[in-house]
Write a protein that binds this ligand. Structure first.
Ligand SMILES: NC(=O)c1ccc[n+]([C@@H]2O[C@H](COP(=O)([O-])OP(=O)(O)OC[C@H]3O[C@@H](n4cnc5c(N)ncnc54)[C@H](O)[C@@H]3O)[C@@H](O)[C@H]2O)c1
Length: 295
């Protein structure tokens, strides 16, 4: 198959690209290397250093493409609060450009990567895909708008779209140097540098940490499964840990930081829909994922 991955030089997109190439597909990657890195890129991928918002430049690349996996985004809650206009442009206008190019090229499936953040602070755990959404940051809202565009494009133009709501992904190649790094990457870096692990708020907030290999499995199954169209799926481990528990597993001294705006207290996915319709099952939990990541 000919497959196009946006954001394929990023943390998750590069793992997805590796697996698709291993399976024998021809993979095109569009990435502007804003947070992604050249060294993440599979050397067998056909790389286009372009911005997804440059429609005239990217649209010819969709010719004869079977599947599009759209991961390019500025995926940071804090950054979206600081720079709502810039993130809005990348995450919404950029998604629309990619979606239009995919529709015009009549691709077979468009897989849009959304986020747990669209749920906001939910009271009922585990969270089902049908929960009432409550985005609490510009990033969360932008991801939700992307989902809505997928739905509307399916209804108006028949393009086969699927939305995957990833929950707190961790694994190798996760950015450790950015001020917006995920908590797992941050703690591992702090531990390696013999610093205190910095816990935001009281550390009782819980997250459903999902290992990147499980994410890749589910994402590819979503493209392959017939019938899984115009659907939204939670992709997560289905088990949650508090930040204090995570700090304990990683080990070391801790320091408290003030609470952050838009911080969600509890997160735990109901993954029964993905298990049932995608025939997918996560193989890792936080401990086994961390063990493999350390290697
Ligand atoms: N990491 C997580 O825990 C998590 C959770 C939920 C959803 N997601 C989603 O997964 C996707 C990938 O996230 P990630 O964690 O790998 O982040 P990442 O920052 O490593 O990857 C994003 C990639 O997109 C590229 N990019 C950004 N703006 C671009 C633009 N305008 N044009 C072209 N390329 C551009 C970046 O250079 C980078 O390679 C995102 O859509 C994100 O919203 C991630």
């Amino acid at each position: 198959m000919k497959i196009l991955v946006t954001g394929g030089a990023g943390f998750i997109g590069s793992h997805l690209t590796d697996r698709l190439i291993e399976q024998g597909n021809k993979v095109l990657v569009i990435d502007n290397l804003s947070t992604g890195k050249k060294e993440n890129l599979n050397p067998r991928a056909v790389f286009f250093e372009s911005d997804i918002r440059d429609f005239d430049k990217i649209s010819p690349l969709f010719q004869d493409v079977d599947f599009v996996f759209h991961l390019a985004a500025l995926p940071r809650v804090a950054a979206s609060i600081e720079q709502p206009i810039e993130t809005n442009d990348i995450n919404i206008k950029g998604t629309l450009d990619v979606l239009i190019a995919a529709r015009d090229a009549k691709v077979k499936k468009f897989i849009y990567v959304s986020s747990t953040s669209v749920y906001g602070d939910q009271k009922n755990m585990p969270i089902k895909e049908t929960a009432l959404l409550d985005p609490l940051s510009p990033y969360a809202l932008q991801k939700y708008v992307g989902e809505m565009y997928c739905k509307i494009f399916f209804q108006l133009f028949g393009i086969q779209t699927i939305c995957l709501r990833y929950f707190n992904v961790f694994g190798p190649r996760q950015d450790v140097d950015s001020p917006y790094s995920g908590v797992v990457a941050k703690f591992l870096k702090q531990k390696a540098e013999h610093q205190h692990l910095t816990i935001v708020g009281n550390g009782n907030q819980k997250r459903d940490f999902t290992y990147v290999k499980d994410i890749v499995d589910a994402t590819i199954l979503a493209a392959e499964k017939q019938g899984a169209v115009n659907q939204i799926f939670n992709i997560a481990s289905g088990r949650n840990y508090s930040i204090n528990e995570l700090a304990k597993i990683i080990g070391g001294e801790t320091t408290s930081l003030p609470e952050r705006p838009g911080e969600i207290m509890d997160s735990l996915a109901d993954i029964s829909k993905a298990k049932q319709l995608l025939d997918w099952e996560p193989k890792y939990n936080l401990e086994t994922g961390l063990k493999e990541m350390m290697k």
